[in-house]
Design a protein around this ligand. Structure first.
Ligand code: ATP
Ligand code: MG
Length: 400
């Protein structure tokens, strides 16, 4: 059980305590530690107010001061330190009308979503577990802190968070918690797409996605999420973990989808990555020979191709045509890549001007077409990449 990260963070808790306040580790890091999972970011909860935290530490960043969160920079690491907080009435099924700072740990953990996420731990690794989170961890159960209907009515994102923890941790959802999810799923329509996507990304790449995805379908969740709302999501079978981008690409390759990717409010870079993945999938049935594969490896990012091929079982289950595994598999992809004579058009021994001069012709759309033909010939080893060889090849193969 690795506690290296907690050991590194301990002095922060100690310094807060020396000023007479309480401070604990809390949330995902404590849960993952107790589960012997790898810990990533450490969250700290404290009775000290944000102003008090700022006065205790020399290097702080007020990332969310009004909500109680200050980042403490300590030994070049960033730690989120949040003041014990209680929440007022919720509005719109997604946010409290107000938050106020409290001096009592119990009140703070009471507002947290699931029992497994509501365990606090001190510098001696002693846990403060008011809602039997440790027992739920041992039984692999996801259960809300308090009444599930009330907790989901406050913030409907918790429904999706519950399903994503189910996927990531391979836990099952306690009956009442699940029933409330079924009854209240519609409330996710009040959430921002950005918050939804954060959870869907984690859900779709979780080890137990088969179950969680099935639950999303069973709950008809996609009906209430922009972009997916009009699609017949039931037709898409997902039963292995994958990156979010791959999921959306498979969805688009399978279904006739008019919705623009921008509705997901993901970055342009991510949108274009998804489009590349869709092109690769659409291209697969046309890869019928070694040179077809060579061209694919040249035209697209090799890692994207490898990723798509890894998900051949999902493509097949969804009746998306793929290529023969004899022609395209992890090994042939890597071999083809290593044998590429050039990696991009700029490496060709000729350019458009050379062609115009050699053929004594004015520029025009033909230049691009001929360049592409030359590129294919060089990449597939029909001609070697030297000026003279290419021009000889052009003279005998290209008619303008
Ligand atoms: P991860 O390992 O993915 O970071 P996490 O449990 O740390 O999982 P975060 O989203 O980082 O999840 O949130 C940190 C903690 O804040 C949670 O463990 C939980 O105690 C609390 N929390 C987060 N979101 C909510 C929410 N919507 N409602 C109630 N509590 C929440
Ligand atoms: Mg976290």
């Amino acid at each position: 059980m690795s506690n290296e990260l907690f050991e590194k963070a301990k002095p922060i808790l100690t310094q807060i305590q020396q000023q007479g306040f309480q401070a604990y580790f809390v949330g995902g890091s404590v849960r993952d530690y107790l589960m012997h999972r790898e810990i990533h970011d450490i969250d700290i909860t404290t009775s000290a107010t944000p102003d008090e935290i700022e006065s205790i530490f020399s290097h702080t960043i007020p990332v969310g001061k009004e909500h109680g969160t200050i980042n403490v920079v300590f030994n070049h690491e960033n730690y989120e330190v949040t003041t014990f907080r209680a929440e007022e009435e919720y509005i719109d099924h997604r946010r409290p009308s107000d938050v106020h700072f409290v001096r009592d740990l119990y009140e703070d953990v009471q507002r947290r979503d699931f029992t497994i996420n509501a365990i606090a731990m001190d510098t001696e690794y002693k846990t403060f577990d008011y809602f039997n989170g440790e027992s739920d961890i041992h039984q692999a159960i996801i259960r809300t802190v308090g009444n599930p209907s009330e907790r989901f009515a406050e913030d409907a994102l918790r429904i999706l968070r519950g399903l994503r923890f189910q996927s990531q941790l391979n836990f099952s959802i306690e009956d009442n918690t699940f029933q409330a999810m079924v009854n209240q799923i519609e409330d996710i329509k009040y959430l921002s797409i950005e918050r939804i996507i954060v959870e869907l990304k984690k859900l779709i790449s979780g080890q137990n996605v088969a179950t969680s995805y099935h639950h999303l379908i069973q709950l008809d969740a996609f009906k209430y999420i922009p972009y997916f709302e009009k699609l017949d999501m039931q037709r898409l079978i997902i039963d292995e973990p994958m990156q979010f981008d791959v999921w959306i690409a498979i969805l688009n390759a399978k279904m006739n989808n008019e919705e623009p990717l921008s509705k997901l409010k993901i970055s342009n870079k991510e949108q274009s990555h998804i489009k590349h993945l869709v092109s690769i999938i659409n291209q697969l049935p046309e890869v019928n020979s070694k040179s077809d594969l060579t061209m694919m490896v040249y035209d697209y990012d090799i890692n994207d191709i490898l990723t798509i091929i890894e998900h051949t079982p999902t493509l097949s289950k969804n009746h998306i045509k793929t290529a023969s595994p004899l022609i395209i598999n992890q090994q042939t992809i890597k071999d083809s890549y290593q044998q590429l004579p050039i990696n991009q058009r700029q490496q060709l021994a000729i350019n458009g001007n050379d062609l115009m001069q050699h053929l004594n012709q004015q520029g025009g759309p033909w230049v691009k077409d001929v360049l592409r033909k030359v590129e294919i010939a060089v990449v597939t080893n029909k001609v070697s990449n030297t000026y003279n060889e290419i021009m000889k090849w052009v003279d005998s193969h290209v008619k303008i």
